[in-house]
Design a protein around this ligand. Structure first.
Ligand code: GLU
Length: 512
């Protein structure tokens, strides 16, 4: 590679919210740009006005910001290569379409949609289901290649609707190197004369994309595999526009696959399988349909990003937890896989759990306190810290601390039926009565002291934890399982512990 500064772009169309596959594409562009001290550009490809969805562009920007991968240049940020919305660059494209026509690499086509439809259905009847406008069929269509020059000119002057199509050669191999896939070869016989410029005065995606990548000095095109079939056409456009020398390198990223079965992860899969497919919640403006988002479900952006980075790339080592800077340092397009990447929701939860554990304890404790307060519980700072310490291992989301710790805030109303049946008997009752006596004599209600006293008691009684622990837990929490009993008692404090034991002795069956 020359010393040219790396410039990459993420070029979504604002047709809806950004799918996590799109965020992954943005992320790889971002990582690549940072790794090479380059620039990461956001370009909004809104040439197809019929597919424009209000709010989509704002969503895209917000999603990138939430993930911590905001662009260096873009519609909001500005930059030297703007405007960054294709609708605002409208005036730029026509000259390149004209240039191609003049050079004989493109032509005007006047076929109406009815005429095109007729050709398609005739071809279908004749056994060719996928009719294409190409080097063979264009000779029978209504275009500037078949019409007299004067006729073409007249039609244009008369304002007849037309499009401009690329004129692809017959039987030529188009070959390019893809950083992820290696050499890709396609014969022009299998390609069609795609429309470059439309009757409504707007370029199509293909022309606008190539012109903008060129004018914006893009050095690497990193995008999803769904664009691979368009790449040969893009290669031809670079050649025909005389920009082959500065053509960007290409890298097509693997698809994101559904966790179950095959196929691309679609926007409907998530809510069907119980996980979000979008970074942020999205409400469809047309019908108010809501799609869930990772942010709203309590995922940490760093965890989401780390998980996404691994969907299609891996560093080739055992390490899985990567800060953004570590990702930048380790990332390379050469290590991106060709095969589709299967989304695994358990893994995503795991990543979140890992990141949650890295959060400073006081911050989590404070969140817990606020959340508890909003539900009417008054937690002291100390109690919130103790609860956080005790429950962090069991939490995937910050909100799990309160869910998991509910039993610490309120005495049990009911007692687990199975544990009562299996573990609660007259012996267990006797142990609880004895322990209640001992705990009542303690001044300091600290976990280590409680544990020591409890162990002494077991020794004296020549019995094991299994005979006493489950009954004690049942009496204190109403549950069969949970975190350390001694920590629980320390958090509850002496009066509450004794009150709970009394209540259990009263409410649990007299004889097991
Ligand atoms: N506008 C295209 C999209 O929506 C961009 C594809 C590309 O990156 O070239 O994904």
């Amino acid at each position: 590679m020359s010393a040219q500064a790396v410039r990459v772009r993420f070029a979504p169309s604002p047709t809806g919210p950004l799918h996590m596959g799109g965020v992954r594409t943005a992320l790889y562009n971002y990582l690549f740009a940072r790794k090479h001290q380059g620039s990461f550009v956001l370009r909004i490809e809104d040439t197809d006005q019929t597919r424009y969805v209000p709010g989509a562009e704002e969503y895209i920007q917000e999603a990138l910001s939430w993930c911590g991968i905001a662009p260096d240049e873009g519609p909001q940020k500005g930059g030297d290569y703007g405007p960054y919305r294709q609708s605002e660059r409208k005036h730029l494209y026509r000259q390149y379409a004209d240039q191609l026509v003049e050079a004989g690499y493109a032509y005007y086509a006047f076929d109406t949609s009815e005429e095109l439809e007729e050709m398609r259905s005739m071809a279908k009847k004749a056994g060719t289901p996928n009719w294409q406008y190409n080097h063979v069929t264009r000779g029978r269509m209504k275009n500037s290649l078949t019409l007299a020059a004067s006729d073409t000119e007249k039609r244009i002057n008369d304002g007849d609707p037309y499009v401009i199509r690329i004129k692809l050669p017959r039987n030529e191999e188009v070959k390019f190197y893809d950083i992820v896939r290696g050499w890709v070869r396609v014969n022009t016989n299998n390609m069609d004369d795609k429309v470059l410029f439309k009757g409504d005065g707007m370029p199509t995606y293909h022309l606008a994309n190539i012109v903008d990548d060129h004018l914006m000095g893009i050095t690497h095109v990193i995008r999803g595999e769904e664009w691979l079939p368009s790449a040969p056409l893009h290669i031809m456009l670079y050649r025909y526009l005389g920009w082959e020398e500065s053509r960007p390198s290409m890298a097509h990223l693997p698809l994101l696959l559904k966790p179950d079965g095959n196929g691309k992860l679609s926007k409907r899969d998530g809510d069907r399988l119980g996980f979000p497919v979008f970074p942020l919640e999205w409400k469809t403006p047309a019908n108010d349909e809501v799609f869930s988002g990772y942010r709203e479900q309590g995922y940490l952006p760093e965890a989401f990003l780390n998980m996404l980075a691994f969907l299609g790339w891996n560093p080739g080592t055992e390490q899985e937890i990567f800060s953004k800077q570590e990702l930048i340092d380790a990332f390379s397009l050469e290590k991106v896989n060709k095969a589709g990447a299967r989304y695994d929701h358990d893994k995503t939860r795991w990543f979140n759990q890992q990141y949650l554990r890295q959060q400073p304890l006081p911050v989590l404790a404070d969140q817990l306190r606020q959340e508890a307060q909003s539900q009417g519980y008054d937690l002291t700072e100390q109690k919130a810290q103790q609860m956080t310490e005790l429950l962090l291992d069991r939490a995937v989301f910050p909100s799990d601390l309160l869910k998991e710790g509910q039993f610490l805030l309120e005495p049990p109303e009911t007692y687990d039926e199975k544990t009562t049946r299996k573990k609660w008997n007259s012996q267990a009752r006797q142990h609880i009565e004895n322990l209640r006596e001992r705990f009542a004599q303690l001044d300091a209600f600290e976990a280590s002291l409680l544990e020591e006293r409890f162990k002494t008691y077991l020794q004296e009684q020549e019995t094991g934890f299994g005979k006493v622990g489950p009954g004690l837990r049942l009496a204190l929490t109403g549950k069969g399982m949970g975190p350390s009993l001694f920590a629980i008692m320390a958090i509850l404090g002496k009066p509450e512990t004794l009150a709970r034991l009394d209540k259990a002795l009263e409410k649990l069956p007299a004889h097991g």
